[in-house]
Design a protein around this ligand. Structure first.
Ligand code: CDP
Length: 218
C-alpha cells in the first residue's frame, strides 16, 4: 500500500493535480475535502447557520450519515443521495472550515479516510493528510499558490457553474478560510515533516503532475 498525501490551502490546485497523479499511476484518488463539505452541506440544510453548530447535534448528524465516495471521488453520496454538485456551492465553501474545526467531525472523517485507503494505493488530498491521517505516507506534497492566483482559479470554476462573485470578495473568503484552517486547534493546516513544497503560481498543471510523479519514482 502506497499513499501520496497532498496538502495545501484552499484552491491551491490540489484536487486537479491529485486526480491526474492518481490516474497516471493507477492509484485511487480520495478527496477528503469532499467529506467535510458533505457534513457542512447537511448541517446547513438542516440548521441553516454554521455558526450554530454544536457537538451534540453534529454527533447526531454524523451518526445517521452513510458517506460514500465513488469513481475516484467524482461522485459523493450521503445516505444514497447524490451531493456531488451541491457540495461545491460557494455557500458550502464559506462555512466548511468552521464545521471542519470540530474534533468530533475530524475523528469520524479521519477514521473513514483510513478505512477507504486500507490496503490500496491512493492519492489523498486535504489539509492534514501528511500530518495526521497518513504521517508515514510514501510521498508528502505541500502545494501552495498566492491568494490572488487561487481566487482566479476558483472564480473560473464557479463561473462555469453559473455562480457569480467578485474576485476581491473571493480573495477575502479564501484568506479567511486559510486563517481558520491554519489556526484551528485540531489538526491545523501546516507543511508536514518531510513534505516537498511546490509553489504552483507559475507552473502549469502538467508540470506539477510530472514533478510529483517523478518524486515517487525516485
Ligand atoms: O478545494 P478547496 O481547497 O476549496 O477545499 P477542499 O479540499 O474541498 O476542503 C474544504 C475544507 O474542508 C477546507 O477548507 C478545510 O476546512 C476542510 N478540510 C479539512 O479540514 N481537512 C481535510 N483533510 C480536508 C478538508
Amino acid at each position: 500500500m502506497t499513499v501520496i498525501a497532498i496538502d495545501g490551502p484552499a484552491a491551491s490546485g490540489k484536487s486537479t493535480v491529485a486526480k491526474l497523479v492518481a490516474s497516471k499511476l493507477g492509484y485511487l484518488y480520495i478527496d477528503s475535502g469532499a467529506m467535510y463539505r458533505v457534513v457542512t452541506y447537511l448541517w446547513l440544510r438542516k440548521f441553516a447557520k454554521a455558526s450554530d453548530a454544536d457537538e451534540k447535534n453534529l454527533a447526531e448528524l454524523l451518526k445517521n450519515l452513510d458517506l460514500r465516495l465513488e469513481e475516484n471521488s467524482k461522485r459523493v453520496y450521503a445516505n444514497d443521495e447524490d451531493l456531488s454538485e451541491a457540495i461545491r456551492a460557494n455557500e458550502v465553501s464559506r462555512n466548511v472550515s468552521y464545521i471542519a474545526s470540530f474534533k468530533i467531525v475530524r475523528e469520524r472523517l479521519v477514521e473513514l479516510q483510513r478505512k477507504i485507503a486500507a490496503n490500496r494505493d491512493v492519492v489523498m488530498d486535504g489539509r492534514d493528510i501528511g500530518t495526521v491521517v497518513f504521517p508515514d505516507a510514501a510521498l508528502k506534497v505541500y502545494m501552495i499558490a498566492s491568494p490572488r492566483v487561487r481566487a482566479q482559479r476558483r472564480l473560473k470554476d464557479l463561473q462555469s457553474k453559473g455562480e457569480n462573485i467578485e474576485l476581491e470578495n473571493l480573495i477575502g473568503e479564501i484568506e479567511a478560510r486559510d486563517k481558520l484552517d491554519s489556526e484551528r486547534k485540531e489538526s491545523p493546516l501546516r507543511k508536514a515533516d518531510g513534505a516537498i513544497e511546490i509553489n504552483t503560481d507559475a507552473m502549469t498543471i502538467d508540470e506539477v503532475v510530472s514533478k510529483i510523479a517523478s518524486e515517487i519514482i525516485l
